[in-house]
Design a protein around this ligand. Structure first.
Ligand code: CTP
Ligand code: MN
Ligand code: MN
Ligand code: MN
Length: 389
């Protein structure tokens, strides 16, 4: 007779979009290690390797109990030789040498710090690393050419490093709702990304905006950002126009993970609550007396002010694409990637945040809800809180 654990392992589906992955699970001691290797592979421009480690980690997140021995992994999909070696070492010795040396390596740490700057991707960070730059301060000191986004990223670095809490996300939600309804009554706003999946903190706050009357949402973003600017609530914004054309972008490009909605990458100015403000005004007085202001006007000192900077992503979708946009902006990133892979490889369909195209029937499959999209894809519906793959 098989030991108890095997039945769940044998039932483990191989695509993350076929499984339920809760936010809190039993194997973070392993998944955290595998995700360091995944992150490092990304820094080295090795996407295949990175995805392999992420898939392995994701399978362990879906397990109903803690892994105690290699026996527990016998029937699990997506665990390559390399991942198994790492897991074995952690189970036997408490840690993996490869993971620990990666964690300690200068390249890993510098890449993490530099890609942690808003507007800085792996390519730019890697170039800076090879030029000997190590931190956001080095960029200022050596007078690097920065684009507008990166300037904001450096300026608000400390604030943007701090996780955004659910309470802060709720305050931002109220601000966004007020702005949207001031310029377009009847518009609908939905919290997306990690917070929709039940996370308690995030690196930003994501919103999807639509209006039940198709067409009313056109040109909405500049109106929203102008309203926010007038209220002094925006520290930075960059709006990209909607560039989606069904005929051109549908079947051919639908599998690209970059969508073409009107969107805005922004930084909000969030007033701190009365309680947390008290202590910071005391700190502010102290800063002046110790002359800390002279360090450089380019940087915002979070401890010295009554507000903080928060990254906010706004996306506007036509009502007819809202279900696809909702599914595409809920994440997690691996869950999204797996959905598209499932659609392509198993169903001969292509899924994007705009549409679902069926190559066999040569037609677009419409959907009003996420549930309908899962049904089109022949998948059991997975609620947002179980998409933490
Ligand atoms: N997304 C996207 N296109 C981008 C950026 C993000 O479609 N250019 C989608 C991602 O696929 C994800 C969602 O938007 O589903 C949220 O992305 P992001 O905010 O980066 O991640 P979160 O899951 O919200 O996690 P975090 O808490 O770190 O913000
Ligand atoms: Mn997010
Ligand atoms: Mn993120
Ligand atoms: Mn985001």
């Amino acid at each position: 007779p098989k030991p108890n654990g095997d039945s769940t392992a044998m039932l483990m589906k191989s695509y993350a979009c076929q499984r339920r992955t809760p936010l809190k699970h039993h194997n973070s001691f392993l998944t955290e290690a595998l995700e360091i290797l995944a992150q490092n592979a990304e820094y080295n421009d090795n996407e295949g390797r990175s995805v392999a480690f992420r898939r392995a980690a994701s399978v362990l997140k879906a397990l109903p109990r803690r892994v105690r021995s290699m026996q527990d992994l016998r029937w699990l999909p997506c665990l390559g030789d390399h991942s198994q070696r790492v897991i074995k070492e952690i189970l036997e010795d408490g840690s993996s040498r490869e993971v620990e040396s990666t964690r300690q390596s200068e390249q890993y740490q510098v890449m993490k710090a530099l890609t942690g700057i808003f507007g800085v991707g792996v390519r730019t960070a890697d170039r800076w690393f090879r030029e000997g730059l190590r931190s956001p301060d080095d960029l200022i000191r050596t007078g690097q050419q920065l684009n507008r986004e990166q300037q904001a990223g450096v300026q608000y670095y400390d604030d943007l490093q701090k996780p955004v809490t659910k309470a802060e996300a709720d305050v931002i939600s109220d601000m966004v709702e007020k702005a949207v309804h001031a310029v377009l009554p009847g518009a609908e706003i939905q919290l997306m990304g990690g917070f929709r999946r039940g996370k308690e903190v995030g690196h930003d706050v994501d919103f999807l905006i639509t209006h039940p009357e198709e067409g009313k949402e056109e040109g909405l973003m500049p109106k929203i950002t102008n309203w926010l600017k007038e209220q002094g609530l925006l520290l930075y914004q960059k709006t990209t126009r909607n560039s989606y054309l069904e005929k051109m972008d549908g079947p051919a490009r639908a599998s690209s993970n970059m969508d073409r909605f009107e969107r805005c990458f922004s930084i909000f100015k969030l007033q701190k609550s009365a309680a947390s403000c008290k202590s910071s005004s005391a700190a502010s007085a102290e800063d002046v007396s110790t002359g800390r202001e002279s360090e450089g006007p380019a940087e915002h000192h979070p401890e010295a002010s009554g507000w903080r900077a928060v990254r906010v992503d706004l996306v506007v979708s036509p009502y007819s694409q809202f279900a696809f946009a909702t599914l595409g902006w809920t994440g997690s990133k691996l869950f999204e990637r797996e959905l598209r892979r499932w659609a392509g490889q198993e169903k001969h369909m292509s899924l994007s945040s705009h549409a679902l195209y069926d190559s066999k029937q040569n037609l677009y499959l419409r959907a009003k809800t996420e549930e309908e999209i899962f049904a089109h894809l022949g998948l059991e519906f997975i609620p947002p809180s179980e998409r933490n793959a």
